[in-house]
Structure formats: structure tokens, C-alpha cells
Design a protein around this ligand. Structure first.
Ligand SMILES: [Zn+2]
Ligand SMILES: [Zn+2]
Length: 431
């Protein structure tokens, strides 16, 4: 069976990360890993697939992710599995499965990798995309939320991003949420016909989600909707105030965003997203680079022990898109070659392979194209790469144990015994 034309294109919404883009990924990962480790976060890796019911109960029936976007399938033995659409469910599963709650708390974890959603592909949005993810278990304090936000902010800042703004809200808890939901219901009663079609359904299934609808008719009505802030009970208000005080203290710029909600029951209190705030007339990236919040009831909800938790996920493709838009170039992720080894003929090819290895062992990065036979094309490549020294080994040099050293700028050449060449290059590079 041979591949058809459409088989030779990446599946819709999925993309290759080509060599030219790798420095951005290496840059983002290096910065992220360094800061996460400095703040005591430990790496965890979870499978790319988990049981479908785990995702359904953790993300929630009735959400877009579960209704439309999840890639679920049955294995040949009939097991219902799904590609992970996010990390939290799998990490919570691992926390419960490995009894991490008996370890000293908090447990601070991070990970990164591909996640999958059968979404409508658009700018910065893919069906296979990558997230960097942080979770803190066993800590219900406002300090944990502030730390989680701070680490996120620091990572983005360390990439060279400026004008970052944290939009933050509190969505209360089981104690105070019912009063707020009732106030919302009362508010939308009589206004519901003016909402978009989706929100007319949401009013019955998940009324909080009406608040963050982006349809113009809904944003208009939402402007005057009651705010959670006014309905928080004493404990939730205190928690939120503390989060904000911490953010003031650590000088993270934030904005109260009453329409920022997360729709499910086990999400509690802090919800936040980080954006780039464009300057006047500037268009950088309108969506959140990163979002998260507290989910104090999820571990229990999934059958685990009582373990409050907070965390976030970063859209890595989005961050890289923004870096490119802003012209922030990542540093070279691999060292530039210092010498080029050109060869002609079979014996020379074998000997120059050995020479290549000699240089590698001394830490001098060499470049060679052993597949090329024409000397002219090899020298051309050396020129294109801007390499200063090229070593040339032809049939004659291979036989008498020498090599020609050519200084590329001047074209000056000298013949050097092969056993002396590594030292000589070392000396020249030192200058
Ligand atoms: Zn409350
Ligand atoms: Zn709507």
C-alpha cells in the first residue's frame, strides 16, 4: 500500500518542529526548567494516554474538551483510552496512585509535553500542541497560589517578555458559590433571550461559563453581571486578599478580572491567566499565554485523599509565536562548528572520520559532509557556515599522514602532519 498525497502531509492541526525552530524550544525549556528547579519543583512524566473516564470525570462532561475535542478510542482489548487533552488529570491520578499524600507536603511537580485536542485549528492553536505544566499538592494557602503565579511570571519574564499582566479572580468555594450562582441566575432571567445560542444552553448547564463568553451580545450583557467578589464568604475573601497581597509584595502586576471563571465544581478560589498587555495600537497576541488556578476538591473527587491543589498550564506554541512576533531570538542551542573537515577519496574519508573523532574528544566542534565527494562543494559549505579553518585531506595527504590547513578568509594553506593538527588548531582557536 503506497501513501496517497494527503498521507504525506501532517494531520490537520498537527505540526512538525523543524530544525530551524528547535532553538526556540530549547530556549523555552531551558529557562522553564531552570526556574522551576530553583523553586524546588520536581519533574514528573505521565503517559500520553489515560483511561477515558479519568479525563471525563476530571475535566467534566458538558465541557468542549470532553464533548468535542478529546481523542478517545478503544484498544483491541476494548479498554477505553484517550490522548491526554491536558496534564492535570494524569498528574492527579499519579499523585493518588503512588500515595504521594503520605510524603511531606506540599508536593511540587512540573512537566511538559504534547497534549491533544480535536479543536478547530487557528493561529497559535493546534490539535497536537505542547504545554508546560506546574502543580502544587497539599497546600491550601494563598502563598501557594502566589508562588505558582510568581514562577509562571518569572519564566515568561526570563524569556525577555515584557508588559506581562496577570488577570486574577476568585471563584469562591462550595460554601459561597451557591449564593453567587443564584445571583447570576436572577441577573440573566429576562436577559437570557439576548444571549448567544450557546449561552442559552449554558445558563442551564454551566452558568459560570456565560461570563467568559466572547460573543459580543454576551460580553455586552456580562458587563453589569454580579461579581463573585461581592459574594465571597469571609474565608474565601481572606484567601483572595492574601493572594493579592502576596502579588503586591513580590511585585507581580495584576488586574482583577471578575469575568475570569473556571466552570467546574472542584475548581475553587483563585483563577488566573497571564497575558501580554499590548501598548497603544500594538497587536501582539490576544489570548492567554498561560492559565491556572486552585482545584481543592479534584483529588478527592477522583477518589483520592483530601488534598488541596493549585497549578497552571502554559501554551508553549503560543509563547514561541509571541517570541517570534517580538523578534526575540533564542541563543544558539548548539555550539557553532570551529573547523570544517573536507576530504577526497576513500582512504581520506576513513582517516578524516578518525580525525573528526579526535576533535570531538577534545571538545572542538567540527563539521564535515562525508557524503560529498567534490572538494569544491565541500569548501562552499565551509564558507557558507562561516567557518574559519578548513582541513583538507586528499588521497596524497591520507597516504603520507598529513593534512592541509586552509585559512578560509585569506586562502593561505599549509601542510601539517596529522598527529600535530589537533594541537595546532587548539593554539589557533585560543588566539
Ligand atoms: Zn467561600
Ligand atoms: Zn455567549
Amino acid at each position: 500500500m503506497s501513501a496517497k498525497k494527503q498521507d504525506l502531509q501532517a494531520p490537520k492541526g498537527m505540526h512538525d518542529i523543524l530544525p530551524a525552530d528547535q532553538p526556540y524550544w530549547a530556549f523555552l525549556l531551558k529557562k522553564g526548567k531552570t526556574i522551576l528547579e530553583e523553586y524546588g519543583f520536581e519533574r514528573i512524566d505521565v503517559p500520553m494516554v489515560e483511561s477515558t473516564p479519568l479525563f471525563v470525570s476530571s475535566i467534566g462532561e458538558g465541557t468542549d474538551v470532553i464533548e468535542k475535542e478529546i481523542y478517545s478510542f478503544k484498544t483491541k482489548s476494548g479498554e477505553p483510552l484517550a490522548l491526554r487533552p491536558e496534564f492535570t488529570a494524569g498528574i492527579v491520578r499519579a499523585y493518588i496512585e503512588h500515595g504521594m499524600h503520605v510524603l511531606p507536603q506540599p508536593i511540587q511537580l512540573w512537566t511538559w509535553g504534547p497534549v491533544f485536542r480535536h479543536d478547530n485549528p487557528q493561529a497559535g492553536r493546534y490539535r497536537q500542541f505542547h504545554q508546560m505544566d506546574l502543580e502544587i499538592f497539599g497546600d491550601d494557602t494563598a502563598a501557594a497560589d502566589a508562588q505558582s503565579i510568581f514562577v509562571a511570571y518569572k519564566i515568561l519574564e526570563s524569556l525577555g517578555l515584557r508588559n506581562l499582566i496577570v488577570k486574577v479572580n476568585s471563584i469562591g468555594d462550595q460554601n459561597c458559590r451557591p449564593q453567587y450562582l443564584k445571583a447570576l441566575k436572577d441577573y440573566y432571567r429576562g436577559r437570557d433571550k439576548k444571549l448567544c445560542a450557546k449561552c442559552q444552553v449554558r445558563i442551564k448547564t454551566n452558568i459560570l461559563r456565560v461570563l467568559d463568553c466572547e460573543e459580543p451580545e454576551c460580553t455586552e450583557i456580562n458587563k453589569n453581571a454580579p461579581q463573585f467578589m461581592d459574594y465571597l464568604d469571609t474565608d474565601c475573601k481572606k484567601h483572595f486578599t492574601e493572594v493579592l497581597e502576596f502579588l503586591d509584595e513580590i511585585k507581580v502586576p495584576y488586574l482583577l478580572e471578575p469575568r475570569l471563571v473556571r466552570g467546574l465544581d472542584y475548581y475553587t478560589r483563585t483563577a488566573f491567566e497571564i497575558f501580554i498587555e499590548p501598548k497603544e495600537g500594538e497587536e501582539i497576541f490576544p489570548s492567554a499565554l498561560l492559565g491556572g488556578g486552585r482545584y481543592d476538591k479534584l483529588v478527592q473527587f477522583l477518589g483520592g485523599p483530601k488534598a488541596p491543589a493549585t497549578g497552571w498550564a502554559m501554551g508553549m506554541e503560543r509563547v514561541i509565536l509571541v517570541l517570534k512576533k517580538l523578534g526575540i531570538a533564542p541563543p544558539e542551542s548548539h555550539p557553532q562548528p570551529k573547523i570544517f573537515i573536507a576530504q577526497l577519496g576513500e582512504i581520506a574519508k576513513r582517516k578524516s572520520l578518525l580525525l573528526f573523532e579526535e576533535f570531538r574528544k577534545t571538545g572542538i566542534v567540527a563539521k564535515a559532509t562525508f557524503g560529498r565527494d567534490s572538494m569544491k562543494s565541500q569548501l562552499k559549505i565551509s564558507h557558507r557556515l562561516g567557518i574559519k579553518y578548513t582541513l583538507i585531506m586528499g588521497q596524497k595527504e591520507a597516504l603520507d599522514g598529513s593534512v592541509i590547513l586552509r585559512e578560509m578568509d585569506s586562502g593561505v594553506q599549509e601542510t601539517v602532519p596529522v598527529e600535530k593538527i589537533v594541537d595546532l588548531i587548539k593554539q589557533k582557536l585560543r588566539k
